[in-house]
Write a protein that binds this ligand. Structure first.
Ligand code: SUG
Length: 448
């Protein structure tokens, strides 16, 4: 038995727009109020999924979440017919209209934090007993996303969506209780190191609260939340490490760790300003990796002289999506076209490729997602599962070529190519968007 990694993306919804609501997220703030292109956003995301599906056959896709969230708007005091509610929200508090209609659930890296069954204290690796693993499950804790109002609309639906999309061997549990003390942004602040072998993985949890704090932006993840997830997933202390986001990185726009650090199996690549006071911890990580896997961790620290924090945030180099294919030794890397166009970022990734860290580089246009502050890795949730469970993945969630064609046709036919905040206050627009969402959900959740 070995581990394989599923990639789960969500189709971008028909109400995709730029509301400027991302806390500490420079792209989101810069593009606030600009008109968006939901059709292009959905197609760009779908093309990335198609590429990964062709490489791995392990691409899962889930439908857009239902919007508007009238419960949110009514709960915040807007009343009358649905049209009244939308209109009042536009006039009085457009940011709340945006929060209730947003598509931020498209960034599935924020959906949950995940650890495979084999990493838990009662996983078979620790007991030395193959049978013991039969009842162990891949653990997923849905992220509460309490740092930003628009993202609090996601977890309840995400819980259902993940349960529907994933095999029964995945235990999807509701978000952490405890409010802002337990603020949790999911896999964007978590990195698992480990090859698909017979050894447990090492878990790096990244948080931003505690001294020293950033001066401009609110840290989105608390250390207490990281500790709670490690406890819930029954990860052994010796394989769990906590790293603090550098306040300078948060101030420069790295609102999530995955804007300044990335990992894949035995590779950890990060900006030197990603973490604060981390040297000793990272040495312990390297030592533990060597102990468990009998080989060195490949760790690459990128200094500001090679790429400034500003460039890291503008290009999302560290948000590249790394994918192993069945036949190649080194993984492939999917980068934004912003990386391609920035000489320093491009040089770095080309050098890594020449050195054999990656097999090949694949540039993609994700401009609609990037304008909301989300790169290739934000758009996917990695789910490590034992390879003997692949056949139990519901067939409807797998992206096949036939399903790709079907989804593309729906998007081209039903999504608008220009959307403004005023459109989001029209009940007739939402009637059509809801029908579209339902059509897509039927394609992606029923066996036919
Ligand atoms: O939470 N943007 C998202 C981007 C999330 C990126 N995910 C990862 N780094 N893994 C966020 O800030 C923009 C919404 C708006 O513009 O209104 C937004 O929510």
């Amino acid at each position: 038995m070995s581990l394989v990694e599923l990639q789960l993306d969500r189709l971008v919804g028909p109400t995709h727009h730029f509301g400027g609501l991302g806390v500490g997220n420079l792209a989101s703030q810069k593009n606030a109020g600009k008109s968006s292109n939901p059709a292009a956003a959905a197609l760009q995301g779908l093309e990335k999924m198609r590429m990964v599906a062709a490489w791995t056959q392990m691409q899962l896709v889930t439908p857009p979440q239902r919007r508007p969230d009238f419960q949110l708007l009514r709960g915040l005091g807007f009343s009358g017919t649905n049209q009244d509610v939308l209109k009042q929200a536009l006039e009085i508090a457009p940011q709340l209209l945006s929060a209730a209609t947003g598509c931020s659930a498209m960034w599935t890296a924020n959906a949950a934090t995940i650890s495979p069954a084999s990493d838990a204290i009662n996983g078979h690796f620790n007991r030395g007993d193959q049978q013991a693993n039969l009842n162990a499950q891949t653990e997923l804790t849905v992220a509460n996303l309490v740092s930003s109002i628009h993202r609090t609309t996601e977890p309840a639906q995400t819980l259902q969506d993940l349960r529907t999309a994933l095999p029964p061997s995945c235990r999807v549990t509701a978000e952490l209780p405890g409010g802002t003390a337990m603020r949790d942004e999911g896999a964007a602040n978590h990195m698992r190191l480990g090859t698909s072998s017979k050894q447990p993985g090492i878990h790096l949890f990244v948080y931003g609260d505690g001294d020293p704090l950033p001066t401009h932006h609110q840290p989105r993840q608390s250390r207490a939340a990281c500790e709670a997830i490690a406890r819930r997933h029954r990860l052994p202390d010796e394989n769990v490490f906590f790293l603090k986001q550098h306040p300078d990185a948060i101030d420069a726009g790295a609102f999530h760790n995955d804007v300044v650090a990335m990992s894949h199996q035995d590779r950890l690549i990060h900006h030197t300003a990603a973490f604060i006071d981390a040297d000793v911890i990272l040495q312990r990580v390297e030592h533990r990796y060597q102990q468990l896997h009998d080989r060195e961790l490949i760790r690459i620290a990128v200094p500001a002289e090679s790429l400034s924090l500003k460039q890291a945030v503008a290009t999302y180099l560290f948000n590249s999506q790394i994918i192993s294919t069945p036949s190649e030794v080194a993984p492939r890397i999917i980068c934004t076209r912003q990386v391609e166009q920035d000489p320093a970022a491009r040089k770095l990734v080309e050098t890594w490729c020449a050195e054999g860290v990656f097999e090949s580089i694949h540039y993609v246009d994700l401009d609609q997602s990037m304008s909301g502050g989300g790169g290739p890795a934000c758009l996917r949730l990695r789910i490590p599962v034992s390879d003997d469970l692949i056949d139990t993945i519901p067939s409807y969630s797998r992206l096949t070529e036939a399903k790709y064609e079907q989804l593309r046709t729906h998007i081209e036919h039903d999504y608008v190519t220009k959307l403004t905040i005023e459109d989001l206050a029209r009940v007739d627009f939402h009637q059509h968007a809801t029908e579209t969402q339902q059509k897509l959900a039927r394609v992606l959740t029923s066996n036919h």
